[in-house]
Design a protein around this ligand. Structure first.
Ligand code: AN7
Length: 383
């Protein structure tokens, strides 16, 4: 099954190494696992210039056996928009809402669902604040797999729930937060041998998402100085950093960008962890940016490693700042992003003096997913 393998799994805490397998954490110490790839030379990028502009142009950098089926809806290849060039500062936005189901999760799910087939699973599962479930449901449909999703009741944007139902996922609504739903899906998966877990604790999911970094590099012919990312479960910021780090290892760029993670102030455990060095989950996370309403990010150690190594930091913004940034992006640039995706711009806008050179904001999801936010624009007096 799967042909030649040019990768293995390694624990980020104790360094234990494992042959590729459908596992989520280290057998020895319980730490998170990362995929270690046997990388090609720096000539790789000049060899792929004529390939189609989607995620699988980076086939050799993705951990899937050479004979395995690729489950694709033509994800990746998203726009990198230049917003402004002023006073020695170039500002870009990477529009992950361009993906097939409208969020960056499609990159992870294309690889994750392909792995589910490679390993012979017939069902996939996740807990979700919305986008993960929408994406997993679509890719499972494409692959002919059953999808089971656990959602925090009443806290998922309507467009995302609509997508999961449309694609035929079985939905379990949980009274509690995403963190409670995640506990529940992990228990379910541990009790069933036929259920593959596709939350970002799955190391392969994040490998798909690292292609965001490759695309930014190809579009700019270099790494930017800063990348600003909205943070919930804290997987994507690590994934993007890992993509840049691999480019350094391949000798394609000299340095990784500084990675800056932005949380909503009512759900900001990484900010406390970064500033004080001690980790404390937020028991009752609250924010109107429901995508990042997460109090106990499972990828906290990976995200901390990425941010510290890159010379970056974590910060938070208020819901009011998020909504007003969302409207600003919509009205100034003609781009509609979801609330969580406006958090990087909200942070950048109020801290512009911290930046010089090139800055890329990661806009993680499409604005059409959450039309009910209209009510809050009005309640906050923004429209
Ligand atoms: C639009 O869908 O966690 O820090 O269950 O949907 O990698 O978790 C969504 C996360 C940012 C945060 N922006 O990414 C889910 C889920 C949007 C998102 C994030 C999410 P991570």
């Amino acid at each position: 099954m799967g042909g030649v393998k040019n990768y293995f799994l390694r624990c980020i805490l104790c360094g234990a190494e494992y042959d590729p397998a459908p596992m989520y954490v280290c057998d020895d110490c319980g730490g998170l696992l990362e995929v270690v790839m046997d990388l090609p030379s720096s000539k790789f990028f000049s060899r792929i210039v004529d390939r189609p502009w989607y995620m699988w142009r980076y086939r050799e950098l993705l951990p899937l056996g050479s004979g395995s089926r690729i489950v694709s809806l033509w994800e990746g290849g998203t726009r990198l928009f230049n917003l402004s060039v002023e006073d020695g500062l170039s500002l870009y936005i990477k529009l992950e809402g361009d993906n097939p189901t409208g969020s960056f999760k499609d990159r992870g799910m294309s690889l994750g669902v392909s792995k589910a087939l490679e390993y012979g699973f017939s069902k996939v599962a996740c807990a979700s604040t919305g986008n993960t479930s929408a994406s997993m449901a679509a890719y499972a449909a494409r692959a002919g797999l059953e999808a089971l999703v656990f959602l925090p009741r009443g806290k998922v944007a309507r467009g995302k729930l609509f997508q999961a139902v449309a694609h035929g996922a079985r939905i379990v609504e949980v009274d509690g937060s995403f963190d409670d739903a995640f506990k529940m899906v992990r228990r379910h998966v541990s009790e069933s041998s036929d259920l593959y877990l596709l939350n970002s604790i799955n190391p392969y999911r994040l490998e798909g998402q690292k292609t965001i970094a490759y695309e930014i590099y190809e579009a700019l012919s270099n790494a930017p100085d800063y990348v600003i990312v909205p943070v919930g479960n804290a997987g994507n910021i690590y994934a993007i950093w890992k993509g840049f780090f691999e480019l350094v290892e391949m000798g394609v760029i000299d340095d990784v960008p500084r990675m800056i993670g932005v949380q909503a102030s009512g759900a900001a455990p990484m900010v406390h962890f970064f500033r004080n060095g001690t980790y404390r989950p937020v028991e009752a996370p609250e924010t109107l940016a429901t995508a990042i309403r997460i109090g106990n990010p499972v990828n906290r150690d990976k995200a901390m490693k990425a941010v510290k190594f890159s010379g970056g930091w974590f910060s938070s913004v208020s819901d009011r700042d998020i909504l007003s940034a969302q409207l600003d992006i919509a009205r100034r640039y003609g781009l509609l992003v979801e609330p969580a995706s406006a958090a990087p711009y909200a942070y950048f806008r109020s801290n512009i003096d911290l930046f010089k050179g090139s800055v890329v904001l990661i806009s993680t999801g499409h604005g059409l997913k959450d039309p009910d936010i209209l009510k809050y624009w009005s309640e906050y007096g923004l429209i």
